[in-house]
Design a binder for this molecule. Structure first.
Ligand code: FAD
Length: 165
């Protein structure tokens, strides 16, 4: 003999008997009333399912710059020698393993010409801003006006009401 749950599923999906709590009323409104409707919903979901692709260089770059500028915006004003060493290593490792090959090669060259400046938050933020501007220049993008007021406004604490909800 079919259990109560099986019986209720075979009649459709979720019968009143399964569902005494008020929240169920909302659920019933969105749940299918029959197995056929459920199958149709599944097919529709599969058709609409968003395919998530591996990032290309622009998407990867945008995400990476967001992380890097946010990290430098919150770097200590007076870092310990261990923090300075770790931050320097972090950028060297990033340049070694950055998964856009031609971006990584140029970044390595730029690091050799202009090594990481991790003595203080200000030094590091301005150094990274200049690194980013070198890439901007190469790609013909607008340059950012690198000063701490602009950088903190963009990456640490914005004064725009939209950003403070
Ligand atoms: P992005 O350049 O990603 O910038 C994101 C946001 O940062 C901007 O909207 C702006 O608000 C802010 N911003 C812009 N400039 C500065 C700055 N100087 N200081 C602080 N904030 C700033 N792409 C290539 O095609 N070729 C490359 O060789 C290449 N090299 C890269 C090397 C590295 C290390 C990284 C992280 C990315 C590299 N990219 C490269 C990707 C490229 O820099 C961009 O990220 C990508 O083109 C997307 O650009 P975007 O217009 O969305 O804004």
């Amino acid at each position: 003999m079919a259990s109560k749950k099986e019986a209720s599923i075979s009649r459709g999906v979720f019968q009143d008997a399964d569902c005494e709590r008020p929240a169920c009323d909302e659920m019933k409104a969105v749940l299918p009333e029959s197995m056929a409707e459920l199958e149709e919903m599944k097919k529709k979901y599969d058709r609409q399912k968003k395919v998530e692709c591996p990032p290309g260089s622009a998407e990867l770059g945008l995400g990476t710059w967001k992380l890097l500028h946010s990290m430098t915006a919150w770097y200590p004003d007076q870092p310990t020698s261990q923090q300075k060493g770790r931050m320097t290593n972090f950028f060297q490792t990033l340049a070694d393993f950055y998964p856009c090959t031609y971006c990584a090669e140029d970044f390595q060259t730029n690091l050799e010409k202009s090594p990481v400046e991790a003595e203080s938050r200000t030094d590091l933020c301005l150094w990274l801003c200049n690194q980013h501007n070198q890439v901007n220049q190469k790609l013909g993008k607008p340059l950012f006006d690198c000063n701490m007021k602009n950088l903190d406004e963009r990456w640490r604490k914005s004064s725009a009401s939209k950003c403070n909800k």
